[in-house]
Design a protein around this ligand. Sequence first.
Ligand code: ZN
Ligand code: ZN
Ligand code: ZN
Ligand code: ZN
Length: 802
Amino acid sequence: MDLPVDEWKSYILQKWSLLPKSIQVTISTAKTLNDLFLHSSPLLQPEDEMFLKRLSGGYLVGKDPDASLFYREKGNKKFQEKDYMGATVLYSKGVSHSGPNSTDISLCYANRSAALFHLGQYETCLKDIVRAQTHGYPERLQPKLLLRKAECLVTLGRPQEASQTISDLESNFAAKPTLSASQFQILQRTLCRVKVKVHEKENLPEVFPEALTKTFEAVALREENEQIPSASSSVSLHRDPLKGRCLVATKDILPGELLVKEDAFVSVLNPGEMPPRRHGLESKWDIQVTNGDLHCHRCLRRTLAPVPCDGCSYAKYCSQECMQQAWDRYHGVECSLGALLLTLGVFCHVALRSALLARFEDVGKVIKKLCGEMSNQGICLPESEDPAQILKYDLRGEGEKKDKAVETPIPGCDINGKYERNYNAVFHLLPHTENHSPEHKFLCALSVSALCRQLEAAGLQAFTTDLKPTKLKAAETPVLCAELNVWGVAMLRHMLQLQCNAQAITTIQHTGSKENLITDTQQVRLATALFPVVSLLNHSCSPNTSVSFIGTIATIRASQLIRRGQEIFHCYGPHESRMGVAERRQKLRSQYFFDCDCPPCERERQRPSAGPGREAFRCHRCRALLQGDDVLSCGGPACMESVSRDLLVSRLQDLQRQVGAAQKRLRDGRLELAIQLLLGCQSDAESFLSADHSVVGEIEDTLAQAYAALGDWEKSATHLQESLRVVEVHHGPSSVEMGHELFKLAQVFFNGCAIPEALNTIQKAEKVLLVHYGPWNDEIQELQKMKSCLLDLLPIPEGPQE
Ligand SMILES: [Zn+2]
Ligand SMILES: [Zn+2]
Ligand SMILES: [Zn+2]
Ligand SMILES: [Zn+2]
């Protein structure tokens, strides 16, 4: 997904292998990104472009009226089955395939408004009604729409507007009696409700996006850092001769304190499993739902009722405003390149968008500044106005910089030492050019070249025009009108930077069936982004912070006490509690090009085989833990049992398959059978796995869900407590994993009306989740609702003591 599709990757790799040795050497030993790009780019032949075009042709990104009709009919079917959520999503797909101001689009909007009405999303429903009308909803169907509008307004407690709508409707009816008898009845009923003045405004769970807007404002840094505007004054930017830039605590920091709150410089929504590549005749519109259908392509907020780009079926937004902003800033250029960008992958897309966003800063100044800085560091360039020179960033520069650290300004900062979330900072993120393989660099260079050719072919002078006139000062025009090549080199740099600097924007998705009221959570990747300030943090496999996202904003909070002078760390992915030391080090080496020396890595390296660990096997005779490598022997006194690791591993795999099968039964609602299977798994696990094994925890957690689905809250709680114990062993008592598990337990106690236990668990869950997410997290809000509900139930007004 990040890199180009496999077909293009292997095509380019083959092309590379067929290149004459001399050319391979020239490219492999290119001293600058500029050289790398200029030597690779001419190798892209018309037939290569044709091949790429064929690949891109498989993506359905244009509008197709037939698809619009197809999705609307599918949506109607779901609507009849009373699956209003399913219907809403399908109508949205219909909307995105219809052109603006067409009957198709107005019908899709109108139908979607009906589904939203049934979902209780009245505000959103009203918006869709207006959209249907502005796109030319047929006159003869108007009454139906106006009725729905009136009903929404009544429910929202806006009787005056409802009355107005009703009188519009009545005059409409008087003029053209198009109402059927049943519609007339509904009209009468609605009128009655208005007349009794339904004032009580039910507070409806209109979750998105209004609630999130509130969240944005509520999360604020206590005191902003003067040097780094998106960070708190509790940290400062340092430069370490060995590790480069880093953030250090300027005072003691308590768990939960917000340290960084940064809006992404650039972000691109990940398309997910989709969109489909159609292969020849089996072309069909799919009805699969992905993140791209449910989140705004600009601000990433979840939305049930997206509005599509007028020019493509792919880009969708939460509002007209987001659509306009995206169009002005980047989508105006990207729109016609949708299929190509899907083929070339998210990194290439982020690279293009970064360059497009750079246009909105004073590019001339940025470029001049870069010139100055580079010559200061002795890395390259005489003072020059020629932008083609700018990107001749010496590859050996990064190594050299280490030597003359302190005196030179910190890269990415302006002359006053200020580090801002801007293109200058993005440009200075390290591309680690010398660490990437020649093949990879060639792939990136040719992908960017192909993109540049398309920009040219489409007549899109992306980087020179399209700008608001005020941004274009006459004197800088020559700089801005620079060859596309210059921006090609910049995009190549971004593509290489992304491997180490891309930050996945994730969201917690709540899964689990509605009946059992227990939510399970799952982290999903929403977008790929660049955050210049977050990028200042170094990695630790046991970090002292926790990161979470609200839309495109990243927040980093201290997850433990951080002493003054200590470095602030976050985890790039390989976390101590999820991966063994060997696997972590391998991942960090191959993706981030460094050897981790964080405390857990050092500890585990110094005593590599320190006992069997948490994921241990145990002896089936005496239950003592087994130890050893290929052949494990029992550590129990007077027990001679030994067994091969292969055997145990295959037993474990069998067990995992069994658990998977039980989980499927659970999802299918075959609860009794699921429980029966799980109890079997449980006793099997007991016979050869340590009590802290993660599979043991998984079995307990699934059992808890199954009992919850049966309404047996007591049993559910017992199993969940077992699962909680295993989570604690693996992730620690104040981990975010622990927070989610405690949240589930609180729900179980709540549903089982175990009031003191519930209150106690709510308190624990709140405490843990607050540190990681701050007060505006969904789960915390939910816990507070549960708490106030329970306190109402208590006979004595005071809360219980712990
Ligand atoms: Zn949006
Ligand atoms: Zn578009
Ligand atoms: Zn480590
Ligand atoms: Zn034994």
